[in-house]
Design a protein around this ligand. Structure first.
Ligand code: ATP
Ligand code: LTN
Length: 335
């Protein structure tokens, strides 16, 4: 039986949080055996906004350790750092040269992020082309992402189809975005109208970071914004977005259905009990992950060895694909 190929990318911009775990990493780990998997720490993507070099270096290793701690198995999957595989940057250039500028200017993430910055880097505009290459150079069929990245995967589809049409070949697989239903969008605890996000996670009380101590997790849940009522039920009323978010987190962590989740809080005296209940299940879920993370960061030689092995496997797939593209586009191959 032919297994589907899945490509997942995550940026090492620090502050990896519960939204990333429930919306992305956890689902990646769960499906490893059924698919051919690539897990990529996309450090080149992080350069699209200014970075402190020492911090980026630390965060890249740290994120790789988090992924391994969350259950990504280097025997079952290919886990690697994007910049270790030169085909990504090289192939991005080739894709740039068939991608119309207007496609990139339309991207909502570019419009949002560039509006918040004084000086916008070229890399930020080009970000979705680099991402398209990540996916296309591995012939990925599926790309698990949160709702916010769907437009970028659709752009990767457009780029794949354009290349195939221009060179009259069935060369790139046209990938599908895979969006998980539960936990697809975890909102900020301090403001349930915005998604929990790494870039806001330095603000105390916004996010649960995967490496937070139990006390800090308790602090953030205790201060979570709710509403002036006392009804604990799922709801799409914007007024009740805070309570809905807490229930969504509880549901994603416990795997219970809506009715069972609401039943667990039927006897609650108020939102205080809800917050404590959610905090407890989150703390217990993160405890073993944190222990495995610490062990990996205490032995970086082993971590680097695992990543070198992953890069070698990734190169063996993506470099021939990019070399073939070069030939198709009229570049002379070295003799
Ligand atoms: P940034 O704030 O820099 O945009 P981010 O927190 O959105 O960062 P990404 O690196 O963009 O994190 O995303 C990593 C993965 O986690 C992606 O698949 C993304 O869709 C998913 N993800 C991010 N935030 C959430 C969230 N709040 N809920 C569910 N999934 C999320
Ligand atoms: N843009 C994505 C990260 C990313 C990615 C990818 C995701 C880069 N390359 C390839 C899936 C496939 C983000 O910020 N979440």
């Amino acid at each position: 039986m032919n297994k589907k190929t899945v490509f997942s990318g995550i940026q090492p911009t620090g502050n990896i949080h519960l939204g990333n775990y429930l919306g992305a990493i956890r689902n990646w780990a769960a499906r490893q055996a059924e698919k051919v998997n690539y897990f990529c720490v996309v450090d080149l993507h992080s350069l699209t906004v200014p970075q402190d070099p020492a911090q980026l270096r630390f965060e890249t290793r740290s994120l790789a350790a988090v992924l391994l701690a969350c259950g990504i198995d280097p025997q079952a999957s290919t886990i690697f750092i994007q910049s270790h595989v030169a085909a990504h940057a090289e192939g991005c250039w080739l894709l740039n040269c068939i991608t119309p500028l207007g496609w990139l200017q339309r991207m909502t993430q570019f419009k949002d992020k560039s509006a918040r910055q004084e000086s916008v880097l070229t890399g930020l505009l080009d970000y979705p082309v680099l991402m398209a290459g990540d996916i296309l150079f591995y012939d990925a069929d599926e790309v698990p992402v949160g709702e916010d990245q769907k437009q970028h995967v659709e752009l990767a589809r457009d780029i794949a189809q354009r290349f195939n049409a221009l060179y009259n070949a069935d060369f790139f697989v046209v990938p599908q975005p895979i969006i998980p239903k539960v936990g697809a969008r975890i909102m900020g605890l301090d403001d349930p109208a915005v998604k929990m996000s790494k870039s806001l996670a330095d603000k105390r009380g916004h996010a649960i970071r995967l490496l937070d101590e139990p006390d800090e997790i308790m602090y953030a849940f205790k201060r979570a914004v709710t509403d002036s009522g006392r009804e604990i039920r799922f709801s799409d009323d914007p007024e009740k977005a805070g309570v809905n978010n807490l229930l969504t987190i509880y549901q994603a962590v416990t795997g219970k259905d809506n009715a069972a989740v609401e039943a667990d809080f039927a006897g609650a005296r108020g939102y205080g009990d809800l917050k404590m209940g959610v905090a407890e299940v989150v703390i217990e879920t993160l405890r073993p992950i944190q222990a495995r993370y610490k062990a990996l960061m205490d032995d970086t030689a082993e971590l680097d060895r695992l990543l070198a092995y992953g890069a070698e496997q990734a190169r063996a797939v993506s470099q021939p694909k990019v070399d073939e593209m070069k030939g198709m586009m009229g570049l002379v191959m070295p003799g």
